[in-house]
Design a protein around this ligand. Structure first.
Ligand SMILES: Nc1ncnc2c1ncn2[C@@H]1O[C@H](COP(=O)(O)OP(=O)(O)OP(=O)(O)O)[C@@H](O)[C@H]1O
Length: 240
């Protein structure tokens, strides 16, 4: 693998003496799309929250760009763009106003032209740019958040169930955008319970069950990960 950008090393998390993540190991290379796939309660959100620094590990480590979450979380947050399952931003501000506001919070200075170029890149329709975001669809809110990530030049994207609630066209468009960003070097870490969606987009999939990685699937040259194989493993988890 090329440079390891996101890495979990024997990562364990417990809540009230109950182990929720147990020695989780994975690493994501530069420009790779990695999906952590699992059913309800498998520990996906806990893993993501550990990387976001809102949940503390009980042992092992999580690192991003070589920085340990336990030591350098502020630095890491400057480098990561996190898209929660439902991107909200501020509904009473327009897409452009939201971008300007969040860029100013991040101390990033961008011209109107640069903002427009980013919105064109993510294919947010121009008529929406100056409309309040409360009228945006989920897909449009995601595009705005990705435009913001582009303008922040975030090298790492964290995505939580990114395609749930999107229509098939919006899913295709989203997958295409993520594939382009990854080809340009952005590293993408997503968590999902959607087998099909993960196979569409990921270079590698880690299957998480009851806090443990129980399978790892990799895309062959020019091919997608086989949905059947992953679906079978997903259905059989915990049976052996
Ligand atoms: N703050 C917490 N305190 C106690 N237990 C928690 C806490 N957060 C999560 N858990 C437990 O940890 C386990 C994993 O939860 P987590 O939310 O990470 O799973 P998930 O894979 O994201 O599930 P889902 O797909 O349903 O969102 C669950 O059993 C959950 O009840």
């Amino acid at each position: 693998m090329n440079k390891e950008i996101v890495k979990a090393s024997s990562l364990s998390v417990s809540f009230n003496n109950q182990t929720v993540l147990e020695h989780v190991d994975f690493s994501i290379g530069e420009g790779e799309v990695f999906a952590l796939l699992g059913g309800n309660g498998a520990g996906k959100s806990t893993t993501l929250k550990t990387f976001l620094g809102t949940v503390k590990s009980s042992s092992g480590s999580a690192s991003v760009l070589g920085m340990d979450v336990a030591e350098d979380i502020d630095q890491i947050r400057r480098k990561v763009a996190y898209l929660p399952e439902s991107v909200t931003l501020y509904g009473h501000l327009t897409g452009v106003e939201n971008i300007e506001y969040f860029l100013s919070l991040a101390n990033v200075d961008r011209s109107s032209t640069e903002i427009e170029q980013a919105l064109v890149r993510v294919a947010l329709q121009q008529e929406a740019w100056h409309r309040e975001m409360s009228h945006y669809s989920k897909g449009m809110r995601q595009k705005t958040a990705i435009a913001l990530a582009l303008l922040r030049e975030a090298p790492v994207l964290f995505l939580d169930e990114p395609t749930s609630g999107l229509d098939p066209n919006a899913i295709d468009e989203f997958n295409q955008l993520i594939a382009t960003l990854a080809a340009e070097g952005t590293t993408v870490f997503m968590v999902t319970h959607d087998v099909y969606g993960a196979c569409q987009i990921a270079h590698r999939i880690g299957l998480l069950d009851q806090g443990r990685i129980v399978g790892m699937f990799e895309r062959g040259e020019g091919e997608r990960i086989d949905t059947e194989v992953v679906h079978t493993a997903f259905s059989n988890r915990g049976k052996s």
